[in-house]
Design a protein around this ligand. Structure first.
Ligand SMILES: C[S@@+](CC[C@H](N)C(=O)[O-])C[C@H]1O[C@@H](n2cnc3c(N)ncnc32)[C@H](O)[C@@H]1O
Length: 387
């Protein structure tokens, strides 16, 4: 049985399943809607790009790109024939007819674009597809598990100042559950403690940067996070040896974990812009929903979108505040209170206020509900917690 799923401005038809797994006929994970929402919000902050979705599955990401973004071109690829068939059907379902199906030589891609087919569909191995292409301003590496197999080709084909997006779902290796796998796959070690998601993200960033450095491409994270079961990083790629050397200087150990990236996880100005545009959309949409309620014409989709926007808004607000604090790691009130045998735990908001009163920066962190990111030294933090 097939069902129609609506996400953002796109619809897709996929087989109904009782469990999300990579054994699905064509893969679609509704939990990743937020991942795709953030991607679109981020790309909206840049001028139109040549976009590439090399592991497209149902094609939902690219269909949303075509409906929600200004773009120069979109190349959609998957090695699985069933996925490609489903992408074509979904494009038609969304009334997108200006696409071209590419049967191998990729060189034709440019002709296709000249012929006004700004969207092209490919059925190849992602690495071959990328390496045979002339490159893209945006490449979205979204595989099952580790991104390792696709990094070389994606980095080689990302353009100057382009954005490389990477998702990794192999969180056990990156957070220290399998220490040997972390060494093998990420040339680093993690510690299993409350910081493991942040250190895992930083370990992954360093690994990807090292590959970039081989090609004199400096990869700076402009928006990176951990959520549910995955790590996600958007890098801006800047060409040059000097910047690569600067990146290497920011690789180090933290709290017994590493080597890892000790630099910033976000470009706070970009995060501010993303938050502002989301807030604007959200207010506009809520006005519409309010009007619809008044006219008794509520459509489920509108309500669903508002719920998703709520989650996204909350998440982005935390990241916006967090991105202004230049500190690696954070403090977990519960963990510290337990270790120090402190019975009374101050409310987190109160503690944040107290830290700020002392002249330090402090904010929530998206990594942990009981965490505080701050530049306050540990001893001063402890004194405040004891008060
Ligand atoms: C996690 S899914 C992608 C999800 C999709 N990006 C989205 O947002 O819904 C991974 C996809 O990669 C495809 N895939 C696996 N190995 C591949 C390869 N070597 N080349 C191209 N595609 C591949 C699978 O068929 C699957 O559809």
């Amino acid at each position: 049985m097939y069902e129609t799923i609506r996400e953002g401005k796109a619809s897709i038809r996929i087989k109904k399943v009782s469990k999300i797994s990579k054994e699905m006929d064509v893969f679609y994970n509704p939990v990743m809607e937020l991942n795709r929402d953030i991607t679109i919000l981020l790309l909206q902050q840049f001028s139109p790009m040549n976009l590439c979705d090399p592991l497209a599955a149902s094609g939902i990401r690219s269909i949303r790109f075509s409906k929600e973004l200004k773009y120069k071109s979109i190349a959609i690829n998957d090695v699985d024939e069933k996925a490609v068939k489903s992408i074509k059907n979904s494009l038609k379902l969304n009334k997108i007819n200006n696409f071209a199906t590419m049967n191998k030589p990729l060189k034709k891609l440019n002709n296709t674009i000249k012929n006004n087919n700004k969207i092209s569909i490919h059925n190849e191995d992602a690495n071959l597809f990328l390496l045979n292409s002339k490159g893209f301003d945006y490449i979205d590496v979204d595989p099952f598990g580790t991104s390792n197999s696709y990094l070389e080709a994606a980095i080689k084909r990302i353009s100057r100042n382009g954005i490389l997006a990477v998702t990794n779902t192999d969180t056990a290796a990156l957070t220290g559950t399998y220490p040997k796998a972390c060494v093998r796959k990420y040339w680093s070690s993690n510690k299993k403690n409350y910081l493991m998601h942040e250190t895992g993200l930083r370990i992954l960033i360093r690994k990807i940067q090292l590959i970039g450095m081989q090609y004199e491409k400096a990869l700076f994270p402009v928006f990176s996070y951990f959520k549910n079961h995955y790590f996600r990083i958007f890098f801006q790629c800047i060409k040059g040896k000097r910047l690569c050397n600067e990146i290497a200087l920011e690789h180090g150990m933290f709290n017994g974990a590493g080597p890892l990236w000790m630099g910033s996880l976000f470009d706070s100005r970009l995060v501010n812009r993303m938050y502002a545009s989301l807030l604007k959309n959200y207010n506009d949409k809520n006005d519409n929903t309010r009007n619809s309620i008044e006219n008794n014409t509520i459509i489920n989709k509108k309500l669903n979108n508002s719920q998703n926007n709520n989650e996204l808004l909350k998440f982005l607000k935390i990241i916006k505040d967090e991105s202004k604090i230049n500190a690696v790691g954070f403090y977990d009130i519960h963990d510290i209170a337990k270790k120090r045998k402190l019975k009374i735990i101050m409310r987190k908001e109160e503690l944040i206020k107290k830290i700020k009163k002392k002249g330090f920066k402090a904010a929530n962190t998206h990594f942990l509900g009981t965490g505080i990111r701050s530049d306050i030294p540990y001893d001063n933090f402890l004194t405040l917690l004891r008060e």
